[in-house]
Design a binder for this molecule. Structure first.
Ligand code: HEC
Length: 766
């Protein structure tokens, strides 16, 4: 039965890991931009739009656009989108040719951290050449306390939370209650908690500028809201503690340090236990009220810590992220915090040791799988791949955490499977053994606290999953030069990767017989695909350019450049290129699928929820007989109901609540003739190679794809604009359909949608 349970838990963890949806993002960093980072534009954009990795706190997020002289060229007000809470943008004045620097600043809704960054783009000269000037240097240093101090305070605050929850839990668990003994620990935890919370709020204000921003932090951000709740709860705890410290029943207990020998549950212990729990009814009632108050505070404190954790930052799946974080934190508090209190509670208490340790062990044993499962999940979503561990500071801290965790598990294993059984069978009489056991328990507690300290550092570092994706963009640009007689021609392929490319031809020495047109012909050498012939655009005398996704597959491509000259005497030269996969961006890119990202289809958040509901419900169902034996008929009924409920929840989540990406996205671009025409041109340049000129799915590259593209005439009528847009934006996993979001702007992708609707949907209103 135990093995079956462990197996099942392992199965859920493995399944969830495999199907895990999007990775969590830790801070509001730049994911991509429109126009893209480093873009070279022919015309001035009207607006700069940034897509960040996390929901933005509008009051303190902004975008500025500076020209080479450092002058602002934006209109001012940063604009936000109600539909896409991670998006912000700013409108710009008409930009002359030149290099522009975009500077952004964000305040994360979740953790209250501020981040800044900058990137450049340029507007080309009218002849298509690169403009003069360069980006401006921007001071990205933030005011506010150093990160190390922040991490230290976070670690201390987290430690206080865990010790507090553990002490309250042990006070409720053990008989007689060790609450009086644990009061000093609880009081210290409360004071530290109050101070750390205050520090977090003040540091947040300083990061924004000065202390004057305190009310912005407290009243204008989600982070601040939860800091406040925590603070109020802790102050209530402090007041309750102050009152009870003056209560005579507590002081009487302190004086009578003789412990109770009785372990036989409440009735027996009440007569012998310290006055706090026995004694007069008034004293007992007061102590219970204190414990209940502290328990409520513990719940609020745990909730506030989870609500502003990084798990809570995952866009659509924040409920699950928060839930996993809450589970993780609670399990850590019960085990590690509980252990510290247990060590204090049983010191010099040989009689109650065995029973106390037995009670605690049951809970610790249950906490460990929860802790590991939830921790593993959050690690998986934060580490997209192995590079994420070896290349980053976050990864180093993570490895340290794993090392201490292994030591912790070893110590816990020795205690649970070796020392505790021996102590029990010696009935606590072997004092040498008891001493060793005590030492090992203290070691276990110490290792646990170290893990917590490292974890606090981890939460302060940006995780690899949130590293800025576009900074590491690959570039395999090549330039080939030929000479034929007096003509020198060069052809540049950029970035020379599968997907969108720019081919630029420069021809000199052809003054006598100028090149009037230039065609590029693409042949895929490894298979019988193509050829596709496309005219390049003339940018200036002797300079031609073509943009498009004519490299549809990785492999060797031959590009023939055909120069058409005024008086005949055309020239053809050919270049070969080994084109690598262009589905790149950063090694830590958000969509790289997690450490265990398999090429399987992804499950969405509802799917993950359904899986858990189904398996947990199933566990309750399978174990009905055991639960009935243990808890009686009521328990059996409850197990039956849980099983049924799990099944219903799973079915509802899978069928009822599933939302197709883009389903709710409205088309902001009107389907005008102009937009459709734009779309048609983009389609011819980028899509026809696979989808075919007529959208039938018979383009030259179609045969070489794992599965040919669908016939648009059949499919488009069934999908709303938003869904088509989402597919074009993000591609379709597991098919050859690439993502177009960095290459084509939002506007261009909506133009494509309008084109698809106008051409392939007979049901669409004209
Ligand atoms: C490298 C080949 C390739 C290129 C280039 C390409 N597609 Fe696709 N596209 C595919 C494949 C393969 C599918 C998957 C077909 C399926 O799911 O039935 C697909 C599916 C789609 C779908 C969903 C069709 C449906 O209803 O199932 C849309 C919409 C789409 N592509 C639009 C575009 C647009 C717009 C472009 C140009 C910007 C483009 N594609 C470029 C290969 C490509």
């Amino acid at each position: 039965m135990k093995t079956a349970l462990v197996g099942l838990v392992a199965l859920i963890v493995a399944l969830t890991a495999v199907f895990w949806p999007q990775p969590a993002e830790a801070h509001a960093l730049l994911a991509r931009a429109d126009p893209p980072i480093n873009a070279s534009l022919r015309e001035s954009p009207t607006r700069i739009t940034l897509f960040m990795t996390e929901q933005l706190q509008r009051t303190h997020s902004s975008v500025k656009v500076l020209d080479s002289a450092g002058q602002r060229r934006d209109i001012g007000e940063t604009e936000f989108s109600d539909e896409v809470p991670t998006q912000m943008g700013v409108r710009v004045l008409k930009l002359d040719p030149g290099v522009y620097t975009v500077v952004w600043e964000t305040l994360s809704e979740v953790d209250g951290h501020t981040w800044t960054g900058s990137y450049v783009f340029s507007v080309l000269n009218p002849d298509g050449s690169a403009p003069a000037g360069s980006g401006v240097e921007v001071d990205l240093n933030r005011p506010g306390p150093p990160v190390a101090v922040d991490s230290a305070v976070k670690a201390v605050g987290l430690g206080a939370l865990i010790l507090f929850v553990g002490a309250v839990f042990i006070s409720a668990l053990l008989r007689p209650s060790p609450l009086p003994r644990l009061l000093p620990l609880i009081a210290v935890a409360v004071i530290v908690g109050i101070a750390a919370t205050a520090y977090e709020a003040i540091a947040g204000a300083l990061r924004l500028g000065d202390i004057g921003f305190l009310d912005d932090v407290l009243f204008d951000s989600r982070n601040g809201f939860w800091l406040q709740q925590r603070w109020y709860a802790l102050i209530v705890a402090a007041i309750a503690l102050t009152f009870s410290l003056r209560s005579p029943s507590l002081r009487r207990e302190d004086a009578s340090s003789s412990p109770s020998p009785s372990l036989q549950g409440e009735d027996a212990s009440s007569s012998l236990s310290p006055p706090l729990w026995g004694g007069d009814a008034a004293g007992r009632g007061g102590a219970r009220a204190l414990l209940a108050t502290l328990a409520v505070v513990a719940v609020v404190w745990l909730a506030s810590a989870s609500a502003i954790s990084h798990g809570a930052a995952i866009g659509s799946g924040w409920i699950w992220g928060t839930l996993f974080d809450a589970l993780h934190l609670s399990a850590a508090a019960l085990w590690i915090g509980g252990l510290v209190s247990l060590v204090i509670a049983i010191r010099g208490n040989a009689e109650s040791r065995i029973e106390s340790v037995r009670r605690f062990s049951a809970v610790a044993a249950a906490s460990v799988p929860v802790l590991v499962a939830a921790g593993l999940l959050s690690a998986l979503i934060q580490i997209p791949n192995v590079n994420g561990i070896v290349d980053t500071g976050w990864g180093a801290a993570f490895l340290i955490k794993i090392a201490i965790l292994l030591a912790l598990f070893s110590a816990a294993g020795v205690n649970a499977f070796f020392l505790r059984p021996r102590d029990e069978s010696a009935d606590g009489q072997d004092s040498a053994l008891a001493k060793r056991f005590g030492r090992m328990m203290r070691l276990e507690a110490l290792l646990g606290l170290s893990v917590i300290a490292v974890s606090a550092v981890l939460t302060q570092l940006p995780s690899p999953a949130s590293a800025q994706p576009e900074i590491e963009q690959k570039d395999n640009t090549i330039v080939e030069t030929f000479s034929r007689g007096e003509i020198i021609a060069s052809l540049e392929f950029s970035p020379n990767l599968v997907g969108f490319n720019t081919w630029t031809a420069t021809i000199t020495g052809a003054q006598d017989n100028p090149v009037e047109a230039l065609l590029l012909r693409f042949r895929y050498a490894d298979r019988s695909v193509g050829p596709v012939t496309v005219p390049a655009t003339r940018m200036s005398e002797g300079r031609f350019q073509l943009e498009g996704a004519y490299f549809g597959l990785p492999g060797t491509w031959t590009v023939e450049m055909e120069l058409r000259r005024a008086t005949g005497d055309d020239l053809v030269v050919a270049v070969q290129s080994d084109v690598e996969s262009g589905f790149q961006s950063s090694p830590f890119a958000a969509d790289s699928g997690g450490a265990l990202g398999l090429p399987l289809t992804q499950m969405d958040w509802n799917g993950v929820g359904a899986l858990w509901a189904f398996v947990l419900g199933g566990l309750a169902w399978i174990n009905r007989p055991r639960i009935r034996r243990f808890w009686g008929p009521r328990g059996g009924d409850a197990a039956f109901a849980s099983g049924l409920l799990g099944l219903i929840v799973a079915v509802v989540l899978l069928t009822g609540l599933h939302v197709e990406p883009g389903r709710t996205l409205a088309n902001p671009v009107e389907r005008t003739a102009e937009s459709v025409e734009q779309g048609a041109a983009l389609f011819a340049a980028n899509c026809a190679s696979c989808h075919g000129e007529t959208g039938a799915g018979d383009g030259p590259l179609a045969d070489s794809l794992p599965a040919p593209p669908a016939n648009f005439t059949v499919h488009v009528p069934f999908h709303p604009d938003g869904v088509l847009f989402a597919w074009i934006t993000d591609g379709i996993r597991g098919t050859g359909m690439p993502a177009w979001s960095p290459q084509l702007s939002d506007q261009e992708r909506w133009d494509l949608v309008n084109f698809l609707r106008a051409n392939f949907d007979v049901t669409a209103a004209q």
